[in-house]
Design a protein around this ligand. Sequence first.
Ligand SMILES: NC(=O)c1ccc[n+]([C@@H]2O[C@H](COP(=O)([O-])OP(=O)(O)OC[C@H]3O[C@@H](n4cnc5c(N)ncnc54)[C@H](OP(=O)(O)O)[C@@H]3O)[C@@H](O)[C@H]2O)c1
Length: 314
Amino acid sequence: MQAYTLTTPSGPEGLSLTELPSPTPGAGEVAIRVRAISLNPVDFKTARGKALYGSLREQAPVVLGWDVSGEVTAVGDGVEDFRVDDAVFGMVNFPGHGQAYAEVVIAPAVHLARKPSNVSHIDAAAATLAALTAWQNLVDLARIEKGQRVLIHAAGGGVGHFAVQLAKERGAYVIGTSSAGKRDFILELGADEHVDYHEHQFEDVLEPVDVVLESLGPEHLERSLQLVKPGGKLLTIAAGLSDHLQERAEWKSVELHHHLVYSDGEQQTAIAERLADGRLRAHVSRTYPFAELPAALRELEKGRTQAKIIVTVP
Ligand SMILES: NC(=O)c1ccc[n+]([C@@H]2O[C@H](COP(=O)([O-])OP(=O)(O)OC[C@H]3O[C@@H](n4cnc5c(N)ncnc54)[C@H](OP(=O)(O)O)[C@@H]3O)[C@@H](O)[C@H]2O)c1
């Protein structure tokens, strides 16, 4: 099978298309013939020697990628939920070695969900790491309730566009930030209010909120804390929580969480149910063929993506 191996930690340029032996599933695993792969910022960060690179580099060849949709081609011992030819999708082995930039991927069955028949492989692949991140933060950690005010930063991006929809489903009043070009998209997702970060400092123009989902880093997190009501929650998925900020959050009686997403087939199934009945929609702004995966990753690295970029595998 063909797979992209990371030969040097030099970003998308370090990826090279390589012929590798087709892997076979062990106990509890399935082999997936991949149809679509979703890209995430952790991919280019790892490709540049940051994020998960340290833990992967001992496991040569390093094959990046975690998000796939495709068909089961073989099942290992003890797998009862999936059979050959089932269409499945999920985030595989995160934060371990997902090895998803490949034509065939081995996945623990417990990391997968059945792909609904009315959802394409492209849309299913999109609703994996980004959707699970939104789910784990807003549903599990924040336990958002009806009527709460929720601020979603980078609401037009991969995580953000799922977060807006999940917060709306739970009855929240949702505010999203982005540049002006993504305003209409964010309002169409269901957000009640939008702040263009080029035009306004969000903390100057918004009323206090119950929950913030933050993804942009320490300075932004600090500014976000100013807006959270006492008793509220500040959730960050960006690196860089300082002791100072933790003390300030405690002083303000704000719960501060830094969360790293993890693979979970049950949550993936809850996402699949929502994709099937339309409560959740995956938006894909651009697709690239497998042969152009490095170009797709370069595009994502610019940081201006609307919703998701997907790579299709012939
Ligand atoms: N901890 C975890 O488990 C976890 C999980 C997923 C993601 N993450 C991290 O979270 C971050 C976001 O991930 P993602 O997949 O959503 O990335 P993404 O899709 O690449 O996000 C791009 C979006 O960020 C927006 N953006 C950039 N600067 C902004 C600003 N100052 N204010 C508001 N929006 C801004 C852009 O909108 P404009 O073009 O309008 O600026 C663009 O739509 C990444 O750093 C990623 O590594 C962490």
